[in-house]
Design a binder for this molecule. Structure first.
Ligand SMILES: [Cu+2]
Length: 260
């Protein structure tokens, strides 16, 4: 892994500036889907008898330990919150499906000592996708292209963190000149027009125009997307619209999605 060659190094100032953006739907969704994927993966791995990666094993152990702790504290049986109910169900499913109940008791002392954070967003995204592909016996490895997904994640990093976005409010909408150089410019040219197609599919009045050093994105206000909202969303708030982002990552990895 030669990560040092990636244009991913963030300026310290930028990191601090971008840090409060914890509301990105894709991050939230990824966090949730990571938990779900880990569960699906764990069940699939055990039922197929396949090799379990160290990470999957550790995550699973951590989840089981947390569930056990809750059970031991008498919370699992209480019909309280949805979260507790979910833990109860998951525990039941795992116990019944895998018969690993006994073995897990031995790890209980390490309940909160097992780290799950991947350390880097793109690394974690690829790890999750690879786990999903490995857990799926129908995966066609002759088509899988993790390199393509990695290139897209680099695009996302460039567009999210490094592109300049000059926003101009019009009478009836917003016009954003998204510009950059080098790798950032490539990423803008791929991602912004592709996202305009997505926006149009979900009923937004959006268009893109080529600029010498980027792309001009124009979104016209409507009853559903009033001007005040477009102004508030700005470039990145508009880029995160639509519900197909994460599924597209899986399709890219499977070689089923035309790269944008
Ligand atoms: Cu993406």
């Amino acid at each position: 892994m030669r990560l040092s060659q990636d244009p991913l190094i963030r300026h310290p100032g930028q990191t601090a500036k971008e840090a409060p953006n914890v509301k990105f739907p894709w991050k939230t969704t990824l966090a949730v889907s990571a938990v779900l994927a880990a569960t699906v993966y764990a069940v699939a791995q055990v039922s197929s008898g396949g090799p379990m990666s160290m990470h999957g094993q550790m995550q699973q152990g951590g989840m089981m330990n947390q569930m056990h702790s809750q059970m031991m504290q008498g919370q699992g049986g209480m019909p309280g919150t949805m979260g507790q109910g979910m833990h109860g169900d998951m525990h039941h499913g795992m116990q019944g499906g895998m018969g690993m109940h006994g073995g897990m008791h031995g790890q209980q002392s390490g309940a909160f000592n097992v780290p799950a954070m991947p350390g880097q967003d793109a690394f974690g995204t690829i790890q999750e996708i690879v786990q999903i592909l490995q857990a799926d016996p129908t995966t066609d490895w002759s088509k899988v292209n993790i390199g393509a997904l990695r290139q897209h994640l680099i695009d996302m990093n460039e567009v999210t963190l490094h592109a300049a976005a000059a926003e101009r409010v019009l009478d009836n909408g917003i016009e954003i000149a998204v510009t950059g150089e080098g790798r950032t410019l490539e990423a803008i040219k791929r991602m912004v027009p592709a996202h305009v197609s997505e926006l149009r599919e979900i009923g937004w009045n959006a268009k893109s125009e080529d600029l010498a050093n980027g792309v001009k994105l124009t979104v016209t206000a409507s009853e559903a997307q009033p001007l005040a909202k477009l102004k508030a969303l700005g470039f990145m708030g508009i880029m995160v619209q639509g519900g197909h982002h994460q599924p597209h990552h899986l399709m890219m990895a499977k070689g089923e999605f035309p790269m944008h």
